[in-house]
Design a protein around this ligand. Structure first.
Ligand code: SF4
Length: 390
């Protein structure tokens, strides 16, 4: 049992899967928002941060709502029926998102990932995808547009997402065993419906599909080999399964290092059954380390932000549901672009403001944590993942 720090709540909550303390500060409405820096370089497609990292990948959260209550992201004890999600008027409109995205693209972004919450819960999301698909990179190429989903409504939406211009898709699935999966999503959602979503995505031409499994020791780590076996045997190269180390994102999931199963250990367990060999990265800044089965049954990936930090190549910016720009998944504060968007700021000034934020960026949370150095200021709380996407 843990004492809840949610404002006004003094309950002790029994989480049923180990002791967790729920602690949350609602950062969405904080007035402690940094000012936009005054140094404002013009768009050149070559923008780099203070550590020389380019801006290539923009992750846009389109809703803070989700129909799952996974304990590592939106635990039921906090995100219950009394939780106040953002009102629709606070969300960036599709026009506002597309305008900001176009300016990011002018600075060098080539890939856009839509996230949430659960992005497929945003009404008419395919309209936004079609608007983003009309953008071109600094050298005139179409963008790489992708989306991360829990797969719950994908079976009926995959074809229209593809038709709108979505290129690829990533689906979260933490277990094959129904009892384990339903306990983890905490709303009793069945595995079969997510698998149907994966099949629909492949049928719609959204392959190769990526499937993400967050591995928590003692919760679903016994499912690692079964997951690898299922996807290599049934899908081969059509599905790329990635194992993600359980991260200390946000402040509500009661993260403990003891709950982390390292990628090295996951890889060892799989290689014992099906030998593996490493594969070169596709592009700099790729989050997943690639490995393939020696018998040619496809590829798997490992995202090891706890045991092998990759901040030195991190080229990702995140735009929150209501228009705050975060330069790290573990940030405590975001730069608020919405007042600029809604206050008559010109494209040139907005682009300059984005450049100003990125050019002074020094974030490297995971590297500092790995080195045992303080990664956040005393008293700072990290923003929640459902609000800026994973
Ligand atoms: S900790 Fe922050 S800077 Fe490091 S890889 Fe993750 S998002 Fe990028």
């Amino acid at each position: 049992m843990g004492l809840c720090n949610w404002p006004g709540c003094n309950d002790r909550h029994n989480r049923g899967m180990g002791e967790q303390i729920i602690a949350l500060t609602d950062l969405r409405n904080t007035s402690d928002i940094p000012a936009i820096p005054t140094h404002r370089p013009a768009p050149s497609g070559l923008l780099a941060d203070a550590l020389g990292r380019p801006l290539r990948d923009l992750r846009i959260s389109v809703t803070d709502r989700c129909n799952f209550r996974c304990s590592y992201c939106m635990p039921k004890e906090v995100f219950d029926k009394n939780y106040r999600f953002l009102p629709h008027s606070s969300l960036l409109s599709f026009e506002e998102i597309t305008r900001v995205a176009r300016l990011f693209v002018q600075h060098g972004v080539t890939k856009i990932r839509l996230t949430g919450g659960e992005p497929l819960l945003r009404k008419n999301i395919e309209v936004l995808i079609a608007m983003l698909a009309g953008l071109r990179t600094h050298d005139g190429q179409p963008l790489d547009i992708t989306l991360t989903t829990n797969g719950s409504v994908l079976a009926r939406k995959a074809a229209e997402l593809r038709a709108a211009g979505l290129k690829r898709i990533t689906i979260s699935l933490d277990a094959l065993d129904d009892a384990v999966f339903q306990r983890m999503n905490d709303v009793g959602f069945p595995v079969a419906d997510v698998l149907a979503g994966i099949d629909a995505a492949l049928a719609a031409g959204l392959g190769p599909v990526k499937v993400n499994m967050v591995v928590q020791r003692g919760t679903n780590d016994h499912e690692v080999v079964a997951m690898a076996g299922h996807f290599r045997d049934h899908y081969g190269e059509a599905v790329n399964l990635r194992f993600i180390e359980y991260m200390d994102v946000g402040a509500t999931n009661g993260w403990r290092m003891d709950d982390v199963l390292s990628s090295a250990e996951v890889r060892r367990r799989i290689a014992e059954v099906w030998p593996l060999e490493p594969v070169d990265p596709n592009a700099p800044g790729e989050t997943a380390e690639r490995w393939r089965y020696q018998d040619g049954r496809g590829e798997i990936g490992f995202i090891s932000s706890v045991t092998q930090a990759f901040c030195h190549e991190c080229n990702r910016a995140r735009l929150s549901t209501e228009g705050k720009l975060f330069t790290c998944l573990f940030a405590s504060r975001g730069h608020d672009l919405r007042p600029l968007l809604r206050g008559g700021t010109s494209d040139a000034d907005l682009a300059a403001a984005i450049a100003g934020v990125w050019s002074v960026r020094k974030d490297r949370y995971s590297e500092l944590r790995s080195a045992g150095m303080p990664a956040t200021e005393p008293g700072e709380r990290r923003v929640e993942m459902h609000y800026i996407g994973g």
